[in-house]
Design a protein around this ligand. Structure first.
Ligand SMILES: C[S@@+](CC[C@H](N)C(=O)[O-])C[C@H]1O[C@@H](n2cnc3c(N)ncnc32)[C@H](O)[C@@H]1O
Length: 215
């Protein structure tokens, strides 16, 4: 629940909200309960997952404030929806959802991995990423991208494409140091020379970024 609480803190007030890949439905519950949206759509590709959110939000559904939809990504989500959350999926899956439909008016994305692929897709499409942050929960780090369909973004260097714009003296520093520790531990194993060289290159990249030698 700590991850959900921290993730929900990134959700701005909106008129209509869609939680794509809602599973349990806690994020839509947060929006509705706190009057942060007028109406919510909960959607999931899995009818079984969606049924969990339907049970949680049954009162909002019967009052017409919440609509459940079983579909792939944004397939049945109206593009006029004000804010879309897509969280807890791999970055490639999120890109595939956006590619096969549209970039929502306003979005909060929380990819579990391959965040770089999501950044690249959004930037190539001319979207605006106004917040590219990360938070820690239970010893793991979660990246969050908040943005708008258009407007363009600040410049992304190779390091920012990889790590975003989190706080180097906070969560981003914690994440990078945890990555360094993981990679150094990996180097103690019996590795193929090519793998060893790739890990050393990646360690050097992180160290240079941490020491401000690259931005
Ligand atoms: C790990 S859960 C994350 C639930 C919630 N969004 C969260 O962040 O805690 C991922 C959910 O996304 C759903 N899902 C995966 N791929 C999907 C897609 N292409 N379209 C819609 N839902 C999808 C899964 O069925 C599952 O319920």
């Amino acid at each position: 629940m700590d991850r959900i609480k921290k993730l929900c803190a990134y959700l701005p007030r909106c008129t209509t909200f869609a939680d794509v890949g809602c599973d349990h439905g806690y994020c839509a519950q947060y929006m509705l309960k706190n009057n942060l949206c007028g109406e919510a759509v909960i959607s999931d590709i899995s009818a079984k997952s969606l049924s969990k959110a339907e049970a949680l939000l049954k009162e909002y559904i019967s009052s017409g404030k919440c609509t459940p939809v079983c579909c792939f990504g944004l397939e049945k989500i109206d593009p006029s929806i004000n804010l879309v959350l897509i969280a807890g999926m791999g970055g490639e899956e999120i890109v595939s959802i956006l590619k096969s439909a549209y970039i929502p008016q306003n979005f909060v994305l929380q990819p579990m991995r391959n965040v770089r692929a999501v950044r690249e897709y959004l930037l190539d499409a001319g979207a605006q990423i106004y917040c590219d942050d990360l938070f820690e929960s239970g010893g793991k780090y979660y990246f969050v991208l908040c943005g708008r369909r258009s407007g363009g973004s600040r410049e992304y260097t190779p390091a920012r494409l990889e790590f975003g714009f989190g706080d180097l003296s906070g969560a981003l520093g914690g994440y990078l140091n945890a990555e360094l520790a993981k990679k150094r531990e990996y180097l103690t194993r019996n590795l193929a020379p090519k793998t060893r060289a790739e890990i050393n290159k990646s360690i050097k990249f992180i160290e240079e970024f941490l020491h401000g030698e690259i931005v």
